[in-house]
Write a protein of this length. Structure first.
Length: 278
C-alpha cells in the first residue's frame, strides 16, 4: 500500500462515527474515508460533520477500500456481506469486523474464502477518544495490515491484541459491555446521594468525577486496586462500613455472575450466527 490506504465503513451508526471521528483527529484524512449505509440522512450528517465520502451503495464503498470495516449489527451482517461478496473476492481488502459474537470463520463463509480478517471488540467510550479495543488477526493478515488495523483503533483509545479468537467472548463481557456496568454503578451512586437530600446536579458532578478520578488513579498510580481501596479506608471510618455492606451483599459475586451472563451470551450469539451460516 504505497498510496494512503482507503478505509471503507459498511454501516454508519454510533461505532462507525466514533471511530471515524478518532481517525480524523489522528493521522487519517477525510478523503481516505468512505462510509455506506441505507440511511441517506445519516450519511449526509456524517459527510457534513467529517467531510468524508459517503454512498448508499455498499458495493461502491467496498470497491474503494483497502480496509473494509464492517460496522453493522450482527443480525444484518449476513445481508450486508451478500452485497459486497463479489467485490471483496475481486479486490481482497483487509476485512475488520466489530460485530459482537461473530466468528471470523462465519464471516469468511459469508464473504467467500481466504480473506485477511481482523476481529475487533471496541466500546462506546471510543466516542470520546477513551475506547478500549481488543483485536484478533487471522493468519492471512499481513504485518502492515495488522499495523494499520491497530492505528485505526489506537486513534480512539487503547488497542490490545489477543492471541486466541476464543478470548473475544471474555473481552466482550469485560470492555465491550463494561461501560454499561460503570453507568449502572454511577446511576446507583447518584440515586443514593439524591435520596440523602443532595442536589441532583451536584450528586451527578461528584459521582462522575469520583469514577473518573478513581479510574485515572488506577491507571496512573501503579498501585493495584486492593491497595487503592485500602488507602481510602480509615480504620473505624465511613468507607469500611460501606465496603462491609458491599461484601455482605456479595458484590464481587454479583459482578462475577453478571460478567458470566454476558460472556455466555456472546458464545450463544456466535453459535446462532454460525448455525445461520450452515
Ligand atoms: N454499541 C456498542 O457498545 C458496541 C457495538 N459493537 C458492534 O458494533 C456494530 C455496530 O453497532 P452500532 O454502531 O452501535 O449500531 P448502529 O445501529 O448505531 O449502526 C448500524 C449501522 O448499520 C447501518 N446498516 C443497517 N443495515 C445495513 C446494510 N445492509 N448495509 C450497510 N449498512 C447497514 C445502519 O443504517 C447504521 O448506520 C455491531 O455489530 C455491534 O455488535 C461493538 C462493540 C460495542
Ligand atoms: O450488548 C451488545 O451485544 C454489544 C456488544 C458489546 C457492547 N454492546
Amino acid at each position: 500500500m504505497s498510496k494512503q490506504p482507503t478505509i471503507g465503513f459498511i454501516g454508519a451508526g454510533n461505532m462507525a462515527s466514533a471511530i471515524i471521528g478518532g481517525m480524523l483527529a489522528e493521522r487519517f484524512k477525510p478523503e481516505q474515508i468512505w462510509a455506506s449505509a441505507p440511511d441517506d440522512r445519516q450519511l449526509q450528517s456524517l459527510a457534513k460533520r467529517f467531510g468524508i465520502n459517503t454512498t448508499t451503495d455498499n458495493r461502491h464503498c467496498a470497491t474503494q477500500a483497502d480496509v473494509l470495516v464492517l460496522a453493522v449489527k450482527p443480525q444484518v451482517m449476513q445481508e450486508a456481506c451478500s452485497t459486497i461478496h463479489s467485490v471483496v473476492q475481486n479486490t481482497r481488502p483487509l476485512i475488520v469486523s466489530i460485530a459482537a459474537g461473530l466468528d471470523a470463520a462465519t464471516l469468511e463463509s459469508w464473504l467467500g474464502g481466504e480473506l485477511p480478517i481482523v476481529r475487533c471488540m471496541p466500546n462506546t467510550p471510543a466516542l470520546v477518544g477513551q475506547g478500549a479495543s481488543a483485536l484478533y488477526a487471522t493468519p492471512a493478515v499481513s504485518a502492515p495490515q495488522r499495523q494499520l488495523a491497530e492505528q485505526i483503533f489506537a486513534s480512539v483509545g487503547l488497542a490490545v491484541w489477543l492471541d486466541e479468537e476464543s478470548q473475544m467472548h471474555a473481552v466482550t463481557a469485560l470492555s465491550g459491555s463494561g461501560p454499561a456496568y460503570c453507568f449502572l454503578f454511577l446511576e446507583a451512586l447518584e440515586d443514593a446521594a439524591r435520596n440523602a437530600g443532595l442536589d441532583a446536579a451536584v450528586a451527578r458532578q461528584l459521582a462522575i468525577q469520583t469514577l473518573a478520578g478513581a479510574a485515572k488513579m488506577a491507571r496512573d498510580s501503579g498501585d493495584d486496586p486492593a491497595t487503592l481501596k485500602r488507602n481510602v479506608m480509615s480504620p473505624g471510618g465511613t468507607t469500611e462500613k460501606a465496603i462491609e455492606t458491599f461484601e455482605t451483599a456479595d458484590f464481587s459475586g454479583i459482578v462475577a455472575s453478571a460478567y458470566e451472563a454476558a460472556r455466555t451470551r456472546s458464545g450463544e450469539l456466535a453459535e446462532q450466527l454460525r448455525k445461520s451460516a450452515d
